[in-house]
Design a protein around this ligand. Structure first.
Ligand code: NDP
Length: 312
């Protein structure tokens, strides 16, 4: 068994920022890096909206810089998947890969969120070859091309509008006969001449030699008018929502109906004293690296205060 003062789960901007602050506060934190080192940012191609990088930066370099900054002040980093937790006692317990037990006074959860995918084989086959879950990250590569966005919510509409500013044509593939997005976003999408909304369509498969060149869609599945239709596209963007990576904590932490960890006001405090949530796992709204970094800072400051007050 390993006893720690402060454990941080997650190696995205929230986790590393928490680690920088916690290590500078002499908490000697242990950061557990999971299956996606560097977090969601590493699926983008270039980061242009994080302050301090006027020329943009590639996400791997940025995350490596954050990692080295955390290590410089004494953060220890291990790689592994936390498979079980017990947050019932004053000392919080974590199991890595089911076997290695860690105990900690303060726990900072920065496990992020994952974009939802449709679950069709093509998404795997064309991953990085025309399939993306982030228009703001990858849209630039599709300038003057034709793309499709899947989804009918605010994110899908936002992404379709963003892409319409870059691309020649944007299909919005919506499974229902209506958009779920807010009225204002619907109006913008429906009045944009570059966007064609395909209501009541579902994606069957993507096609193309080496990268996405088209998609086979099914219209009105299961109805008399059912029909397979093909569209020519160069890019396929998923915008069907995100799932916060919080299932592990379901027995102990209050979560909202979508699974985001509920925190107290604008603090990172959860319903369990000594347990803090930072970044996208607790943020259904902003989901930005700079916001995640800020909440990681808050979580470390709260953890330090907690440890001081409980005289560990
Ligand atoms: P939502 O859950 O609101 O929308 C998801 C969309 O994806 C729905 O249209 C849903 O269809 C569709 N979908 C889900 N699964 C599938 C599937 N398997 N196949 C095809 N379509 C699918 O997620 P968002 O990310 O859009 O938004 C999340 C929250 O963030 C919302 O509250 C939203 O309002 C908010 N938001 C606000 C913004 C703003 O105010 N600027 C910007 C972005 C998000 P169906 O409708 O049939 O369920």
């Amino acid at each position: 068994m390993n006893k720690e003062k402060c454990i941080i789960i997650g190696s995205g901007p929230a986790g590393y920022t928490a680690a920088i602050y916690a290590s500078r506060a002499n908490l000697h934190p242990l950061l557990i890096e999971g299956p996606q080192p560097g977090g969601q940012l590493t699926i983008t191609t270039e980061v242009e909206n994080f302050p301090g990088y006027p020329d943009g930066i590639d996400p791997f370099t940025m995350m490596d810089d954050m990692r080295r900054q955390a290590e410089r002040f004494g953060t220890r980093i291990i790689t592994g998947i936390v498979t079980k937790v017990d947050l019932s006692g004053e000392s919080k317990k974590l199991w890595v890969e089911d076997t290695d037990l860690y105990e900690t006074d303060a726990l900072i959860i920065a496990t992020g969120a994952s974009a939802k995918f449709l679950g069709i084989q093509s998404e795997e086959d064309y991953r990085g070859k025309g399939v993306s879950a982030c228009a703001t990250c990858d849209g630039f590569f599709y300038r003057k091309k034709t793309v499709a966005v899947v989804g009918g919510g605010d994110t899908a509409c936002e992404e379709a509008l963003y892409l319409a500013g870059l691309c020649e044509k944007v299909y919005l593939i919506v499974r229902k006969p209506y958009l779920r997005a807010s009225k204002i976003m619907q109006d913008r999408v429906l009045s944009n001449p570059k966007i064609e909304v395909l209501f009541e369509h579902n994606t069957l498969r993507l096609t193309g030699e080496n990268r996405v060149e088209g998609a086979d869609l099914i219209y009105k599945k299961g109805e008399p008018e059912e029909e397979i239709r093909h569209i020519d596209i160069n890019g396929f963007f998923l915008a069907i929502g995100h799932k916060p990576n919080t299932d592990l904590f379901a027995d102990y932490l209050t979560r909202d109906e979508e699974g985001y960890i509920v925190t107290e006001g604008d603090s990172p405090r959860t319903n369990v004293p000594g347990v803090y949530a930072a970044g996208d796992c607790a943020d259904p709204h902003y989901r930005q690296a700079v916001v995640a970094a800020g909440s990681g800072c808050k979580a470390a400051m709260e953890a330090e205060k907690y440890i001081q007050n409980t005289k560990k």
